[in-house]
Design a protein around this ligand. Sequence first.
Ligand SMILES: [Zn+2]
Length: 330
Amino acid sequence: MPLPSVRVVEIGRFEFQEMPLQAPGEDEVLIRVDVTGLCRTDLKIVQVGHRDLVLPRVPGEEVVGTVEAVGSGVRQCKPGERVYVYPGMWCGQCPACRAGAENLCRQMQIMGFHRDGGFAPHVTVPAQSVIPVPEGLAADAAIFAEPLSCCLNALERASLKGGEQVGIWGAGPAGTLLARAAHARNARPLNIEPDQRRRELIGGVATAAGRLFDVAVVAVGDRDAYREALAHMAPRGRLVVFSGLAPQDDRPEVSFNQLHYMEQTLVGAYGCCHRHGQEALAMIADGRVPVADMVSHRLPLSQLDAALTLVAQRAGMKILLYPWQEETAG
Ligand SMILES: [Zn+2]
């Protein structure tokens, strides 16, 4: 019996559906999904929608899998190869693409948002998005390339330099990866996290009291965290707007006189570029960014409901889902 895919049919409701398997187009690759990662954005997609979401949709923007078939024009990979999928599909022509910021492409099509994603036994992706997984790197570790890529983009946007103090609001999977990526860049990260369980994994602190940061990254969708981060920026500090806010919280107060007199900067960071995926895989493969201890749950895709509850309750760290697994492995 074919295995079902997850399909969000309307905001707040998804179904398990068997989807027909299609042969890849000329420049496409058909991938058997070995593992797909769950993140807070998926909870957002199911419960409240997202700016870039087009329904109905198979979600899932974190995919590591095995190439099953390729279109006639594909040279990037061959059947049998293990690949990580950069979730974007970009035009390569617009000003953003030409500036090396394809995450801001005017025609960006994101897997799991505009195109069907990895909460399925198979996914079809453009060949341009496929990146080989380094030999010897387990799929369960390679899957962190997507969230880590977004962290690398954020640190790049912040123009982070070695030796700088980095305050990271949140110590969930994103906050933890941000700290480890900053550490790998020879900076000095500290996570601000009120939840003691999460704080323990990374050795953060409960509040930012008495501290000033060269770079502040807010990795929780919380207006109060933005308020606190703004108050703890050093002179010439950069605040990275990494997490989006709910529409009703979208206007935290900012003192422009503070930015003026302290020469501080606000920078946005959204998603990642293809090159960040390559860099992230290399950093995971050579151990610069350890990820194994961040997996809290491994569940069959059929238990998505339970997995989303864990995310909503912040009861886990990284949750990995397996479309080909029928029973819980623990
Ligand atoms: Zn473009």
